[in-house]
Design a protein around this ligand. Structure first.
Ligand SMILES: [Zn+2]
Ligand SMILES: [Zn+2]
Length: 350
């Protein structure tokens, strides 16, 4: 018996009668993490991992009907034992483990395997069937260690500051922005953030994640000398907007896994690209899949066909699962992919 099937509302557990990250409103939802394509408004009941509560409430509303479980804690619903396990993607992100009549399924949600200091690191969970994401499921995607990426960001920022220019770094406002703030060297200069980023910084700080002091960029005038050595962290949507005019002369950069593709950086029209992703790269996906011990693997959002074919060659029972999950992390970058590159990366539209 399949513990999770695809339904028009989302991934559904028939014996438990609940949905995982549904894209249409349902009665009972189990949420892996608070990115917009996985956590939507309108569900009657939400169940999520406890460390994600602050983010979920700040994004979906303080009054949602939310029940939480600590990582590893379990509840049984209609005979299905359910527990959350760290996915290492963003604060509060979880894999969902389901156990029913001896069958064990794990739905990964989004995950990455490199610990980043801003959330609990990914933990492989043994199961019979693993539902994995595959956002970067192509052999070309291999991340550099994040220490090297952060060294590159610091070096770029320092050089701009020495030249009297502001450094504007575009990053998704939930998860990526906080990971960057946690990882950079705050002694280089003042750190300014866009209004979309600061509320999430607050939730991370409340959760005990070290985020250096940040200032609201809107409070600075164009003539303020502090801007000339500042790092400004803003969502991709701020690029090219009037909001940017206040920074005078600046260098800009984009932090995203898609920056591994030279074409994406060129189309974004930014000076620099830093290939920093909150998703597993190709070796990370294969490592995670292997460590579940699963014989059956269902592949969602991303390069589904390529990963499915590869897993079948390894002798696994693999198949694609059609979902409406997008690429929350780097939506703006992904949207500019031309048809040819979309085809090769198998990008689902967000
Ligand atoms: Zn996500
Ligand atoms: Zn996703």
């Amino acid at each position: 018996m399949d513990l999770v099937i695809a339904r028009p509302e989302g991934l559904y557990c028939p014996p438990g009668d609940f949905y995982i990250d549904p894209w249409r409103p349902v009665e009972r939802s189990v949420i892996t993490h608070a990115h917009g394509d996985h956590a939507r408004t309108g569900n009657e009941h939400y169940l999520a991992a406890a460390p994600g509560e602050g983010i979920l409430r700040s994004r979906l509303g303080q009054d949602i009907n939310l029940q939480t479980l600590a990582y590893g804690e379990s509840i049984t619903h209609h005979g299905v034992k359910l527990s959350f396990h760290p996915a290492g993607h963003v604060l509060g992100s979880a894999q969902v483990r389901l156990e029913y009549q001896g069958e064990i399924w794990v739905a990964s949600g989004d995950y990455k395997v490199e610990p980043d200091g801003t959330c609990e690191p990914f933990e492989p969970v043994r199961c019979h069937t693993f539902i994995t994401e595959s956002t970067f499921g192509l052999p070309i995607y291999r991340w550099q260690p994040q220490s090297e990426i952060f060294a590159g960001i610091n070096e770029w920022w320092r050089a701009n500051a020495a030249a009297g220019k502001a450094s504007v770094l575009f990053a998704y406002s939930f998860g990526k922005a906080q990971r960057i703030l946690h990882g950079i060297d705050p002694s280089i200069g003042p750190i300014l953030v866009h209004g979309a980023v600061e509320p999430l910084n607050r939730v991370y700080r409340e959760a005990g994640v070290r985020i250096p002091e940040t200032h609201y960029a809107g409070d600075f005038k164009k003539t303020d000398p502090a801007l000339r050595s500042a790092l400004i962290v803003a969502p991709p949507s701020a690029g090219g907007s009037t909001w940017m005019r206040r920074f005078g002369e600046f260098s800009d950069a984009f932090a995203s896994g898609w920056m591994m593709l030279r074409g994406t950086r060129r189309r974004r029209g930014v000076d620099r690209g830093f290939a920093l992703s909150d998703h597993a790269d190709w070796p990370g996906l294969l490592w995670a899949i292997e460590n579940t011990g699963a014989e059956r693997v269902m592949v969602t959002h991303g390069s589904v066909a390529v990963l499915v074919r590869y897993l079948r060659e390894l002798g696994l029972d693999a198949q694609g699962f059609s979902t409406e999950y997008g690429d929350e992390e780097d939506d703006a970058a992904a949207k500019t992919e031309p048809a040819s590159e979309s085809a090769s990366t198998g990008e689902a539209s967000p």
